[in-house]
Design a protein around this ligand. Structure first.
Ligand code: UGA
Length: 446
């Protein structure tokens, strides 16, 4: 006899909700996904996926029989055993997390709700207490609450779900936590069963720590630029130390996306609101902001003033593998360059900006974007840009300058192909500066 699978309701058909719903369906559960946007639900019912995430269309299609989509909160809440809250918690002007979508979800729960409420959205520590109080106030005190933060990175979200480093489950009652943990039995991973406050903090602290690593390596890169070291070599050497590890040591243009900027600021605010000044996170944020702008300095170093210069931004998404433009460096850069009087062309293989890059000319190919340009800036590490140092690109540009915000290209090869090159933390290598043909002077013994 096969064990009956839990019925799962997903509240919110964004990145987290869709990936979570599709993956649970793939594990054999019946899943109902609910959203408030009719166009999104219509698209999903028609088999169209509103976001760019590798493998997601196939996963949704493969599990069509176990998945349904609805606008009706009541339908989901009364049929599911587990209700996953996957709504957005964007930053407010003060940097705190905006929980209004979470409260709306709670308001919509019907009195008959029996399901356990599971918080996937990233929320401040203490949210579980507030949700429990709100449930009680609404006569829903019997609804169990579990914190189960998501650790899905865009572009690798399905793999992150199916092969997680860990699953974190925070519960008020151990039995509720164990019941939820059982859902992940098939995934062969460690489940961290803990209290709700700690689960909420594990999520915020993990993102803030990763952001700190990025700001740290970016500052190392900046020091490399003035001291002659190569940050790629430095990161390789550091990463082999098991206590450090190789991940999240890629220097670049600063972190973006809907998570790190929001969560670092939310943790800083959370600490501040509780009377603790989180000094380190202030620097993490400041370094990240400055890192995006350093590109402008590099352009000026080569081009002088930027008024009337044409600059091509190659890659617009905040990282490769996604069409997400939230907190992308491209937006800050385009605005800065336009303010300096530059002309901006832009290309991305999947992201299609609307208002975010107002004033920039969108191009269909990298070659079109660089044609007549005084410089090209690699903003996103798309594979399509790996062979950018080509002759057709060089001859199409008015001035062959490549500013590589992701250290995607090999500086020596790019320079050998006739381009001027600026990476991040990669000054002209001392090896490349050596004369290639000259024999060393014979040493005269005195
Ligand atoms: C991040 C976390 O990695 C996920 O674990 C988490 O679940 C998610 O936030 C979330 O809270 O929902 P994501 O923002 O999708 O995921 O992407 P990452 O791959 O972590 O990259 C974030 C930013 O850091 C990108 O702009 C990326 O280009 C940048 N980055 C990353 C670097 O500049 N250097 C690195 O070495 C790594």
């Amino acid at each position: 006899m096969t064990e009956a699978k839990a019925g799962i309701g997903i509240l919110g058909a964004g990145w987290v909700g869709l990936v979570t719903g599709a993956c649970f369906a793939d594990l054999g559960h019946d899943v109902v996904i609910r959203d408030v946007v009719p166009g999104k639900i219509d698209a999903l019912r028609a088999g169209r996926v509103p976001i760019h995430e590798e493998g997601l269309p196939e996963l949704l299609a493969r599990n069509r029989d176990r998945l349904s989509f609805t606008l009706d909160a009541r339908e989901v809440a009364t049929n599911a055993d587990l209700l996953f809250v996957c709504v957005g918690t964007p930053p407010t002007y003060s940097g705190d997390a905006d929980l209004s979508a979470v409260w709306t979800v709670l308001d919509e729960l019907p009195a008959e709700t029996q399901a356990t409420l599971v918080m996937k959205s990233t929320v401040p520590v203490g949210t579980g207490d507030k949700v429990r109080a709100a449930l009680e106030a609404r006569g829903l005190g019997h609804v169990a609450y579990v914190s189960n933060p998501e650790f899905l990175a865009e572009g690798s979200a399905i793999r992150d779900f199916m092969r997680p480093d860990r699953v974190v489950v925070g519960a008020f009652a151990e039995a509720d936590g164990l019941a939820l943990a059982a859902l992940y039995d098939g995934l062969e991973t460690e489940v961290v069963l803990t209290d709700v406050h700690s689960a909420e903090m594990i999520k915020l602290a993990s993102n803030a720590f990763l952001a700190t690593r990025i700001s740290f390596i970016n500052e190392i890169a900046n020091v490399c630029e003035v001291t002659g070291a190569d940050v790629e070599e430095v990161a390789r050497g550091m990463g082999l130390d098991r206590r450090i590890g190789p991940h999240f040591l890629r220097a670049g243009i600063g972190y973006g996306g809907s998570c790190f900027p929001k969560d670092v600021s939310a943790l800083k605010q959370l600490a501040g609101n509780s009377g603790y000044h989180f000094q380190l996170l202030n620097s993490v944020i400041e370094v990240n902001e400055l890192q995006k702008r350093r590109v402008v300095g590099k352009l000026k170093k080569h081009l002088g003033h930027l008024a009337g210069k044409r600059i091509a931004l190659l890659g617009l998404a905040y990282k490769a593998g996604t069409d997400d433009l939230r907190e992308a460096a491209s937006i800050v850069l385009a605005a800065r360059l336009l303010a300096e009087g530059a002309e901006v062309t832009a290309w991305d293989p999947v992201a299609s900006p609307r208002d975010e890059l107002r004033g920039a000319a969108l191009c269909a190919t990298p070659l079109e974007a660089v044609t007549g340009a005084d410089a090209a800036v690699i903003v996103t590490e798309w594979d399509e840009l790996r062979d950018l140092a080509r002759e057709d690109v060089r001859s199409a540009m008015r001035n062959p300058l490549l500013v590589d915000g992701r250290n995607l290209l090999d500086p020596l090869a790019v320079r050998a192909a006739g381009f001027a090159y600026e990476g991040v933390g990669r000054p002209t290598s001392p090896f490349s500066a050596l004369p290639e043909t000259e024999e060393p002077e014979p040493r005269v013994r005195g």
